[in-house]
Design a protein around this ligand. Structure first.
Ligand code: ATP
Ligand code: MG
Length: 589
């Protein structure tokens, strides 16, 4: 392949585009890989399409290598199967829905579990047909609340989605492990620094689920690791260790105190210590029970429901964790105090919630037998020795509290949690029978009785992966593509016209004939300096500069990543670059 910059559909930009807030977005726009065409929608320019195709091919090859079979479902689908599975309402505003000319409802698919289950039901009838795994690489549509950061969160994006069907748990586990291994190979080949973390199952239901997060400060996910063991989890999925329950009757009786002007935890703790509330000092925020009122709206529900969450006063509520725990409901901070006079703002305690039929969930640290300083449900008053299991009984627990660096590890209990930010590039789920139940996918078992297959689903954000690689591989001069995903192997720069240009084109022809992907900067109306700047911006791993020293038979080889420059004789250059490219490609499938 030989691309000539003189004719390539490419305009590099000197300045950062105003609307691009993250490095990958900025650089992919500036270096001419993509153009924004719609809100959350991007056009792939020739260089971008080459990178996208290379990433796609790596994903495709690794899927085929574990025996997955490629199919291609329509993206435009009738609503019915999604109604049957419940996801029409569950996805809510996140799906694009439309009507055809007859008024029949359709959607642009956000993923294809329904179609995969129906296809298997349609074609397979015996246990002998299993196991089977299907995959596709296809454009997905989601009406994201906040499309942002270019390709990282689009409304239209390329996904690889795979669906495994097995007859028993052991089969599902094996399929899951196979995909987990393949994903490790894929993301390693893409040159990504990634971590596999425990995840919430989100929109899919089901049980075991892990995410592949590429580390980057611009990522929307936070995840934890342990300083001692190998625990790693999305912050949403961190489970708090509950202390042992105690005897609720081992505490003094609840006592109400006047605590004027103490609507905040800090003001309450100050007053409690100043006045030795409950006959003691040494009060800290962790001794108080903070009660946060939220409005929870289930998909399809007309009205939001009230939910109060109780947690130690030294912790904030993390709304992302709450939403993950209450999925698919959406959660907002409660505002309508006027409509609920029974809830006394700033002085709310759980003692009265059951009486008013308000749902109350607590942080796992709030166990039976713990005593708290909390609101007395009257303006300017708080109560001490408000005991869980005696003065209030929660309706359950919820993982709502923020996770903080330094928290003790829920897995080993010894280490401390560290936190990083990342972007989800892949997600694997053991789905179970949610979709095969919904569509009654039954096949004849070995004993003549019907068996219902169990499913796994496995996604990779292919277009997001391109941006994630760019996010991790750039410097202040531009992109620095790893060899496996670079749009070209070599960027030939003709520093001057005449013989230098001729030699560059000749080298380009020979390199491309030998199977390398080559970009030649054969523009005659721009300076060598501009060409060098563009070469760094575009980020192809090797540049060969054909300049003044050509007269003596030498060119310069530049390594984009290390910045190393060496002079080499033109003779033997093709062989050398070929050898290097072969080396870089080894280890592939
Ligand atoms: P996120 O939490 O980032 O919204 P998700 O959990 O909704 O992602 P999945 O349903 O697991 O996404 O989809 C599989 C993969 O598709 C994700 O791991 C991610 O890499 C990619 N993906 C999801 N949404 C988008 C999007 N809006 N733009 C680009 N890629 C996406
Ligand atoms: Mg996900």
């Amino acid at each position: 392949m030989l691309l000539r910059m003189s004719t390539l559909l490419l305009r590099t930009l000197r300045e950062d585009p105003a609307d691009a807030e993250v490095p990958s977005h900025r650089l992919l726009l500036r270096a001419g890989y993509v153009r924004r065409a719609a809100p959350g929608g991007y056009t792939w320019l020739p260089l971008g399409k080459l990178v996208l195709d290379r990433v796609t091919e790596i994903v495709r090859a690794e899927m085929a290598a574990i025996g997955d079979q490629e199919v291609h479902f329509p993206a435009l689908l009738p609503a019915e199967p999604y109604r049957t599975s419940g996801r029409w309402t569950e996805y809510g505003d996140d799906i694009f829905t439309l009507e055809d000319r007859k008024g029949a409802e359709h959607l642009l698919a956000p993923t294809h579990e329904e179609m995969a289950a129906l296809l298997v039901k349609d074609l397979f009838s015996s246990y002998r047909d299993f196991p089977v795994t299907l995959f596709q690489i296809q454009t997905k549509f989601r009406d994201e609340a906040r499309p942002r950061a270019g390709l990282l969160r689009g409304r239209e994006f390329l996904m690889k989605d795979a669906y495994s069907f097995d007859l028993d748990e052991a089969g599902l586990q094996a399929a899951y492990d196979r995909h987990r291994d393949a994903y490790q190979r894929i993301f390693t080949r893409l040159g990504l620094d990634f971590t596999v973390v425990r995840a919430m199952s989100g929109a899919m239901g089901g049980s075991a689920s892990e995410e592949f997060l590429a580390a980057t400060p611009v990522g929307e996910d936070t995840y934890v690791g342990c300083t001692t063991c190998d625990y790693a989890a999305n912050t949403e999925a961190v489970v708090t260790r509950a202390p042992a329950a105690g005897d609720p009757d081992a505490h003094p009786a609840l006592e109400v105190h006047d605590t004027p002007e103490t609507p905040t935890i800090a003001s309450l703790v100050d007053l409690a210590n100043a006045r030795a509330l409950g006959g003691r000092t040494g009060w800290t925020a962790a001794d108080t029970l903070k009660n946060v009122v939220l409005a929870v709206r289930r998909p399809g529900a007309e009205q939001a429901e009230l939910l109060v969450i109780g947690l130690p006063g030294d912790r904030e509520v993390d709304l992302k964790r709450v939403e993950a725990a209450l999925h698919p409901a959406t959660v907002t901070v409660f505002e309508d105090w006027a409509a609920h006079p029974e809830l006394v703002r700033g002085y709310l305690g759980p003692q009265i919630l059951a009486k008013h039929g308000v749902r109350y969930l607590v942080d796992p640290r709030v166990v039976t037998g713990t005593a708290w300083l909390t609101g007395a449900n009257e303006p300017g008053r708080h109560a001490t020795d408000v005991v869980c299991g005696r003065d209030f009984v929660p309706d359950g627990t919820i993982e709502a509290a923020e996770v903080r660096p330094g928290d003790s590890c829920p897995a080993c209990g010894d280490g401390e949690l560290t936190m990083r930010r990342g972007i989800e590039v892949g997600h694997i789920f053991q789905l179970g029978r949610r979709f095969t139940d919904a569509f009654a996918v039954d096949v004849l078992g070995p004993e003549g009785k019907p068996v219902r297959p169990t499913m796994g689903c496995y996604g990779i954000g292919v277009s997001r992966a391109v941006a994630s690689v760019a996010e991790q591989h750039h410097d202040d001069r531009g992109l620095v593509w790893p060899a496996e995903v670079a749009p070209c192997d070599v960027h030939l720069v003709a520093a001057g016209k005449g013989p230098q240009l001729d030699a560059a084109l000749d080298l380009g022809g020979r390199l491309s004939a030998a199977g390398l992907r080559v970009l030649v900067d054969d523009r005659t109306h721009v300076s060598a300096g501009v060409k060098f700047t563009d070469a760094e911006l575009i980020g192809i791993p090797r540049a060969v500069v054909v300049g003044r020293r050509l007269a003596e038979g030498y060119v310069e080889l530049r390594d984009r990543a290390s910045g190393e420059r060496i002079e080499l004789p033109v003779d033997g250059l093709v062989e050398r670059l070929l050898d290097e490219a072969r080396g870089a490609r080894r280890g592939g499938v």
